[in-house]
Write a protein that binds this ligand. Structure first.
Ligand code: BGC
Length: 450
């Protein structure tokens, strides 16, 4: 082992997935449709008309998937709970068969010595709530997320000790209700779209409160966000300051408000009459302290100092900037380091978790049955170097979840994009650990960048 790159403290190493992307079994055991089922059924929304109806069939293959995780040496596994399995009507009467699946999953993980990290909401909103309230357009949805999360916590948090309230408010509000590219595909006017994002933050707040009140034992609670992270164009004090300012401004309506419990006056001034409606009670919920803050990092953004009122300027990446098999995942050698550092320096987070980091690659199985994803392996190594630098400089990174454990339903790209460390043959459902997965096992074993 190269001692130089050994992590100076233990890191919890894991992999992440999400219910809609892997479970399949869309009609099993009383699950009701979610907004992604409906979205996938609309022609032209998802590449090749793919959907999560079967996905990786993880619902039926859970035990063998957990065994595979154990063979890979994973210490932790981040999964999400499908709301429409547990409350098929969105609220009201819970469905015991839905809960049973997660009970079995948690027990199976613990039997294999893998820590379960659970996400309450990773985008699979029950379709009935879209029909009843317009989904995240209504604060009712935020409240009901609290009820759902409280119920799940009550039943699973005797064993699950780490819980994410929500995954990426930005995606399930901005992409979904402002830009219309993800389910439910709405393009709302600015005022309404701002309200949706506020309601997403409020959903986090209600969930946080409900989990705290209902968990039968001590539990650590946080969120995870694909926060826009600006790196300094190079590391001199003036560009570092510029990157900090750019990062704060880019996150005014999500991480910044979650961290502070109030909207930055510059955000309210910028939005004017289009600012969201809120009250003090809501801001208290939104700004309640979390035990950890999660960062999901994919894009790569640069800022530099500028002689303008903001004090910074964004520097766009070029057309040819190195990227992976989807345009939004760029190489970005220092992005993860800066993300961790901004979380600490801008928002004071003392327990930081990488909720997701990973890439899509054009993976193929060779005639020997191997998937030699040298590109993903390179990316992982570079991102672990970033984590190593952050930890060595004293920034509080404690857990790291690679996205993703296995290839899965990649939202609007369907099955055309592969993010897994495990290759999935969607015809046979056979799993094959890729080169990157083998590399990761070694990193975990040594707690070092190899
Ligand atoms: C999401 C995942 C998704 C990944 C890659 C993240 O924004 O949380 O569900 O698969 O990005 O696109």
């Amino acid at each position: 082992m190269n001692q130089f790159y050994a992590f100076p403290k233990p890191i919890t190493w894991g992999a992440a997935t999400a219910s809609y992307q892997i479970e399949g079994a869309a009609h099993a055991d009383g699950r009701s449709p979610c907004i992604w089922d409906a979205f996938c059924a609309q022609p032209g929304r998802v590449l090749n008309g793919d959907s999560g109806i079967i996905a990786c069939d993880h619902y039926h293959r859970m035990e063998e998937d957990v065994k595979l995780m154990a063979d890979m040496g994973l210490q932790a596994y981040r999964f999400s709970v499908a709301w429409p399995r547990i409350f098929p009507d969105g609220d009201g009467r819970p469905n015991p068969k839905g809960l049973d699946f997660y009970n079995r999953l948690v027990d199976c993980l613990l039997r294999h010595g893998i820590e379960p990290w659970m996400t309450m909401y990773h985008w699979d909103l029950p379709q009935v709530l879209l029909e009843r309230f317009g989904g995240w357009q209504s604060k009712e949805t935020a409240k009901l997320l609290g009820d759902f999360a409280g119920y799940v916590a009550q039943h699973l948090c005797d064993r699950v000790k780490n819980v994410f309230t929500v995954n990426e408010i930005f995606c399930f509000t901005e992409y979904s209700y402002r830009l219309g590219v993800q389910a439910p595909g709405l393009v709302l006017p600015r005022k309404q779209a701002n309200q949706v994002t506020h309601n997403g933050c409020l959903g986090h707040g209600y969930a946080l409160q409900a989990i705290r009140q209902n968990a039968p034992s001590d539990v650590k609670i946080g969120f995870t966000e694909n926060t826009a992270i600006y790196q300094p164009i190079w590391e001199t004090p003036e560009h570092i300051e510029a990157a900090r300012k750019a990062t704060k401004a880019a996150n005014y309506n999500i991480v910044d408000v979650l961290a502070n419990g109030f909207y930055d006056p510059a955000f309210l001034a910028r939005e004017g009459a289009d600012a969201p409606e809120f009250n003090d009670e809501e801001m208290k919920l939104i700004g309640a302290p979390v035990d950890f803050a999660g960062l999901n990092i994919y894009d790569c953004l640069y800022a530099e100092a500028a002689d303008n009122p903001e004090g910074y300027r964004m520097v766009p990446t070029t057309e040819a900037y190195p990227k992976f098999d989807v345009p939004f995942v760029k190489v970005g050698p220092q992005k993860l380091y800066w993300g961790i550092r901004h979380y600490k320096e801008l928002w004071g987070y003392d327990n930081i978790v990488i909720g997701e980091s990973g890439v899509a690659c054009d993976d193929h199985m060779n005639t020997d049955g191997e998937v030699l994803d040298t590109d993903r392996t390179m990316y992982l190594r570079s991102t672990f170097m970033d984590a190593h630098r952050a930890v060595s400089e004293g920034y509080p990174l404690n857990a790291f979840f690679v996205w993703s454990l296995m290839d899965n339903f990649e939202w609007v790209y369907g099955y055309s994009k592969r993010f897994g460390m495990v290759y999935v043959n969607y015809t046979t459902q056979e799993r094959t650990v890729k080169l990157s997965g083998k590399y990761y096992s070694n990193v975990i074993r040594e707690n070092a960048v190899l």
